[in-house]
Design a protein around this ligand. Structure first.
Ligand SMILES: Nc1nc2c(ncn2[C@@H]2O[C@H](COP(=O)(O)OP(=O)(O)OP(=O)(O)O)[C@@H](O)[C@H]2O)c(=O)[nH]1
Ligand SMILES: [Mg+2]
Length: 444
């Protein structure tokens, strides 16, 4: 996610940390670079300008120039402002006291509305709700089938009615939910290629009829500034409550994520990070800012682990991660669990530092078949004490797993790097500083 933006910001920070003393000239130079990087990531130019102005104002306050670690303080200011730019706090969905809670999903064609509707139903179900999906997209006959199919995959009922229009369907679905004790109604609507009057009228009418408690605007984050423009257009007509950014797993540059909140003044509530139905994450501005700055996102990772593995196991894993007592045995154990969480490159990207490891981005699940084979070829003792694995053992493991010695070397090296990173976790370097920021080791 946002690799290019992260890489460039890291480059700027590296330079900044190299400066013993920071002068007004350094600050301006740094901010000029940050501004350029933001614009290259397709951040709205007004948003970028006001962002830079704020960081500049705070950086030129006496703090930074007199601080003993001026570079780090400036990075913290940039982090704080990024968090603020994306809305500061997490905003959840509003539920009605009088069920069913009606959630209307709107957005342009192909933005990911139908996929998101199913993901949201799945997500809410795990939180103890009983959602009903409503196929109110009658533009394309296939849209109804698509939702029915997705609902089937996750065992969520879908209300569909091929004989009526979207407004009638939406109206009827709420009665249907009441009768069938469904406490959340998620209405998937039709999109159009461009913002057009017909679509807006239809969604507006559905809104007027169903009086949703929550209207979510779904937007493809790969579309950059167009995303921001369509958000504005939908906002003018629908006054939606929150934004869902989709396809953050693709090569979106970050512009939409960073601009949308301050342009429409509505919170981003969820991000969608893949085609699989479990690839949905609640949006936290602070976590996103750490990810953008290349600080990883250990909290999201731990949460994901908790969702997928049982509580006890997750606690154990977290402790092991923190104590860096992680062995190849644990690694193998976790591989099975991790596989359930989604593509590995994504999961790994959330571990601080891993996103910087060479090749981490390109890891795909197939690579782990090889890794599993190598670990299986180790003896139990070797799995627990990898330092025992000398040259001849490496050759034996390679032979046993049908890999090359270089592969075994690489695995051992990566494992050591991982452990080193975890050690810095243990030392508390990733712990929350008094200012509320997670500061990775390399910034100290
Ligand atoms: N990679 C990736 N693909 C996604 C994501 N969300 C949706 N998609 C894909 O994007 C395509 C369009 O998604 P839909 O959910 O059908 O979009 P829609 O907004 O309902 O489209 P219309 O009903 O035609 O307006 C599908 O192929 C989805 O699998 C995501 O977060 N990541
Ligand atoms: Mg659809």
């Amino acid at each position: 996610m946002f690799e290019e933006l992260t890489e460039k910001l890291e480059g700027i920070f590296k330079k900044l940390r190299g400066q013993g003393r920071i002068t007004e000239a350094n600050v301006s130079e740094t901010l000029r670079e940050v501004r350029r990087v933001l614009l290259e990531a397709d951040v709205n130019f007004r948003v970028a300008k006001s962002f830079i102005d704020k960081v500049q104002e705070r950086s030129l306050g006496t703090e930074v120039l007199t601080s003993v670690t001026p570079g780090q303080l400036m990075i913290k200011i940039i982090y704080d402002e990024l968090v603020r730019l994306m809305g500061s706090d997490r905003t959840d969905i509003t539920f009605s006291n009088l069920p069913p809670t009606v959630i209307l999903i709107a957005g342009l064609q192909g933005s990911g509305k139908t996929t998101f509707s199913a993901k949201l139903a799945n997500y809410l179900r795990h939180k103890g709700h009983h959602p009903l999906l409503v196929a109110a997209d009658v533009q394309r006959p296939a849209a109804i089938d698509q939702l029915i199919q997705l609902g089937g995959q996750i065992g969520i009922p879908v209300y569909a009615d091929r004989a009526h229009d979207a407004i009638q369907i939406a109206d009827d679905s709420i009665d249907h939910a009441r009768k069938n004790v469904r406490d959340v109604v998620i209405i998937d609507t039709a999109g159009r290629l461009h913002v057009d009057e017909e679509m807006m009228l239809e969604v507006e009418t559905v809104k007027a009829h169903t009086k949703p408690h929550e209207i979510l605007f779904v937007v493809d984050s790969m579309t950059g500034q167009d995303a921001v423009n369509s958000a504005r257009a939908f906002h003018d007509r629908l006054d939606f409550d929150g934004v869902v950014l989709t396809k953050l797993d693709g090569d979106a540059r970050g512009g939409a994520a960073l601009s949308i909140r301050s342009v429409v003044e509505k919170p981003i509530k969820f991000v969608s990070v893949g085609e699989k139905l479990e690839q949905l994450e609640p949006f936290y501005p602070d976590r996103m800012a750490s990810r953008i700055l290349g600080m990883g996102d250990i909290v999201t990772l731990v949460e994901k682990v908790q969702e997928t593995v049982d509580e006890k196991k997750a606690e154990k894993l977290e402790e092991k991660l923190r104590k860096a007592e992680f062995t190849f045995e644990d690694f193998l154990d976790q591989l099975q669990e991790i596989k359930k969480m989604g593509p590995l490159s994504q999961v790994l990207g959330m571990i601080p530092g891993v996103n910087r490891l060479a090749g981490a981005k390109d890891i795909d699940d197939r690579a782990f078949v090889k890794v599993e084979a190598m670990i299986h070829s180790m003896t139990a003792e070797e799995q627990r004490k990898p330092h025992l694995i000398n040259g001849s053992r490496r050759r034996r493991i390679a032979l046993g797993s049908g890999t090359k010695v270089q592969d075994v070397n690489k695995l051992l090296k990566q494992f050591e790097e991982m452990k080193r990173m975890m050690k810095s976790l243990r030392r508390g370097k990733f712990g929350r500083s008094p200012g509320g920021m997670r500061i990775p080791g390399q910034f100290n």
